[in-house]
Structures are given as C-alpha cells and as structure tokens.
Write a protein that binds this ligand. Sequence first.
Ligand SMILES: [Ca+2]
Ligand SMILES: [Ca+2]
Ligand SMILES: [Ca+2]
Ligand SMILES: [Ca+2]
Length: 379
Amino acid sequence: MNSVFLRRPHLPVAPGCLLAVLCFANLVDAGRQTTVFHGTVTRPDSHTALNLVPDHVLFAIDSSGNTRPPRVIDGVTFDSNFRRIAGYSDARAPGRLDNWDADSNTIGSDAATMNAILNDIDCCEGPNSYAFDVPNGLTKLQAFWQGNAETRLWDIMVEGKVSVDEVSSNGFWDGVRFPRDDNRRYTLFEQTVDVTDGRLNVTFGQLYSNGPDHPRKDGHHILSGMVMSRVPLPGDYDGNGMLTTADIAMLTRSIVDGSTDSQFDLNADSEVDVDDHRFWVKNLKNTWFGDANLDGEFNSSDLIVVFQAGKYETDVDAGWHEGDWDGDQRFGTGDLIAAFQDGGYEAGARAAVSAVPEPSSAALMALGVIGICRLRKRR
Ligand SMILES: [Ca+2]
Ligand SMILES: [Ca+2]
Ligand SMILES: [Ca+2]
Ligand SMILES: [Ca+2]
C-alpha cells in the first residue's frame, strides 16, 4: 500500500490543512486526482475498520432508503429509513438503488450485513446535503460506499469547507469477491469535526473545481452508509461532555473496587489506581485537590461545601464534593492534608499560579483546618 502526499497552493481552506494523506495511489490517474484536505480516505476490506463503539454512535444510516428492519453491525443499528431517525434531515430525495446487486444479499453475520449495506446504493444527483443534530463537541463523521463509478468524481464538503476534491470508487468494482461471510472492499471517508452549533452539515456533489487538468465529471455521488459518533472526552464517564463530580465518583469507585477497565487507566500504566485519580484532577480537570465544587479554585467555599455535607470522620461513603480528595471514598484528615499540601488554598486557578506555599505553611494550614473540623464535629 502506497501513501501519496498531495499539496495544492490555492484553496479555500484553512492554512495548515493543505497536507493530507491519501492511502491509495491507484486512485490517482490522469485527470482523476483525488485530493484530501480534511480527514482521511481509505479502502478497507472489513467492517471492523469502522471501529464502531455502540455507546458512542449518534447516527448510523444504511442509505438504501427502504423500509426493511434496521440491520446491526458490531452492535450498532443501521437504520435504512431516514425518516425514522430523529435529528436527521436530508435536503433532497436521493435516487436510491435498493440491493442493486441482489446476488450478495445474504444477511447473517455482521460482515455479511455490512456487505448488504454496501450493496444498497444511494446514487443521486449532487449536490446533496445532509444535516445532523448532534451534541456540541468532537464528532466523528464516517461515510462509505462501494461500486464502480469511474465516470463520477464528486466532492465532499463538511461544515461548509471542502474536505475531499474528486473522490470516487473508480476501479473498486473489479470483480474481487470475498467469501460470502466476509466483506468487499469499500471507500471510507472519516473526519472528526468540532461541532459548536449543535448541527453537523455534510454535502456530496461537484462542489469544487481544481482547474483545467481536472475536468468536471457528473458529480453524482454514491453513498452506502454514514455514521456519526461522539468522540468521548477522557475522564467523562457519564458521557455528558463535561468533567464533573459524577465522573470522579465513577473513577474513585473503580479504583476502590479494583477495576481493570482500561477507560479508568488514565495515565496508561496498566493499573487503575490513585495515580489515575491524580491524573483526572491535575491533567484532565486541571484543578486543585480540595476544589470540592470543581470551579477551578480551592477556597473557603469548598470547605463550607464539604463540611455542610457532614461526612467528616464518619464511616460512610463520601464523594469528591463531600471531602474525599484522596480517593478512598471517605472524608478524613488525610483529605485535608492532601488538599493543603497541594498548595492551592486561596491561590486562584491552577494555571495562573506560579508559586505554591511552603510545605511547612501548607501543613500548618491543614492542621488549623483539622482543628476547626474537630471542634465543629463535637458540637
Ligand atoms: Ca461527565
Ligand atoms: Ca493508571
Ligand atoms: Ca472550588
Ligand atoms: Ca478520602
């Protein structure tokens, strides 16, 4: 497999994005040069290249547009009825070809299902726009197709910018057949987009002409399926796109329970332990031990929050917002020492801090607070 690097000097795209990798040199021939500005174009031969994670998938579409029951690949449901998919709209009605190669319409394994979806071709006059309602944040877009469309070269535009100029599936319909329970090759376009307005827009068609060397083709795209997936934020265990006390609670529980789940091994040392707890606080949330309300500062507000929770030196589970800062699910003296030794008390936001208190003064502060806590507790 060869890699081809293509650079073009005058393009309506952001600087720094002009270099792209196209993995298939045989897609490049006279007058038919595919150029990738954003994302990647590859030619996998298995459904596993989609790397589908069911919990992360927002939309999965089999573009055949018929009314058969949805098909499932690697635990992800590919719906064939666009109208049934909430939050999705297509601007035009494409001309869909349902099972144009009925010979391969064998449904059984995930691989055969993928094969069937690839044979349900959405072949239509471009440009054709699709819009998806997705949560703000990073979303991975995948679009895939198959078939010999050598007279067609179309462009892919994402969020108003050309991502691929003159993509096709030229030469893909080359008679190569995989066993019935395996897949054919297909073209896979992938791009990760930072969505800020709750909507992801994709357009296929002849959208961008890169000069006389690349005469316009008909621009009618084919499309077998599309997947939109949330790109999870590390440490966001409840998947709400934010790092909150609910997330560190899940992490802490995993540490205490001796979990081996790799999503909790934040520092990638093959252990789920207190170092991952520290990683969440310092590297992901970028705050201080003691910042009970996770507003980025450790101050008297946090001490009020934890003492109002009333779990100091009690033998009951305590969360981060209840004073468990060292990750043992209890609020005790060790948490106050850990917080004051971290040096963030009344020091403002962590990123803005250049100097931390001397260890001796931090320890004195901790002892002072511990004394106050004991007095309160006796009342
Ligand atoms: Ca979260
Ligand atoms: Ca670890
Ligand atoms: Ca705080
Ligand atoms: Ca604790």
